[in-house]
Design a protein around this ligand. Structure first.
Ligand SMILES: Cc1cc2nc3c(=O)[nH]c(=O)nc-3n(C[C@H](O)[C@H](O)[C@H](O)COP(=O)(O)O)c2cc1C
Length: 214
């Protein structure tokens, strides 16, 4: 069986962008971590992972040089540490089984990937990759999705609209509506599943349309 098929058992949904820590080796062989979004789609060859890395990043150079990387499922604060190198958290690495890239110690799950196709535009290196191994080690192995977080934010802000409408604060109502619109755009871009799109449409219908006065 294609190891990529194990992804669906992790609760990963097709087409949703999930946030990971991407681990690679630098030129000098030291391990490197950065944050990376990735979505997975089924195709005739199995499962393909789609991601893009900024051309100026160390991660993109590392991935292109070695042709492989690991996506580590970790808590959002670890993703942020890998992106910003703030020094609040320290990251530890270990050797992977199937690919020429390190893994993060303590990751709840690790996806070991091999790059199958690359292309570049002015800003990004676009990667298509194949999962070679999916290793589950902890109980909270579902990766974080900004699209799902955006749906929650949209719902929270939408639910406040009737309160401010009742208070007659139209300025606050307009501010909330514009936030809700922004979050719904994020849902459509990052987590366009049938359920999330249906919930987005419901929020739009219930809260963003002008009130019927007749
Ligand atoms: C949640 C999150 C997701 C990110 N996803 C990506 C991504 O998919 N591609 C990318 O190039 N940078 C992404 N970034 C920014 C990089 O992680 C950050 O700029 C990076 O650590 C710098 O790259 P380098 O250390 O490899 O040079 C993301 C940042 C955050 C906070």
């Amino acid at each position: 069986m294609d190891p990529g098929e194990d992804l669906w058992a992790l609760g990963i949904e097709e087409g949703v962008v999930y946030e990971f820590v991407c681990t690679t080796y630098n030129v000098d062989g030291t391990p490197h971590a950065s944050a990376m979004g990735c979505r997975f789609l089924r195709d005739r060859g199995g499962v393909t992972a789609f991601s893009k890395l900024s051309k100026t990043s160390r991660a993109s150079g590392n991935v292109l040089r070695r042709g492989s990387f690991v996506l580590n499922v970790v808590d959002p604060e670890v993703v942020v540490e890998a992106a910003l190198d703030s020094g609040v958290l320290s990251l530890e690495f270990e050797v992977s089984e199937r690919v020429d890239a390190p893994r993060l110690k303590g990751a709840a799950a690790c996806l070991e990937l091999s790059v199958s196709e690359t292309s570049e535009d002015e800003f990004w290196v676009h990667l298509r990759s194949r999962p070679l191994a999916v290793i589950v080690r902890g109980p909270n192995f579902k990766p974080f999705s900004r699209g799902h977080a955006a749906l929650l934010e949209a719902a929270v802000h939408a639910s406040r609209i009737p309160i401010y409408r009742q208070l007659g604060d139209s300025e606050k109502v307009e501010e909330l509506k514009s936030r809700v619109s922004y979050f719904l755009e994020t849902v459509a871009r990052l987590a366009p599943t049938p359920t999330l799109l249906a919930q987005s449409r419901a929020i739009e219908r219930m809260y963003l349309r002008p009130l019927q006065t007749t």
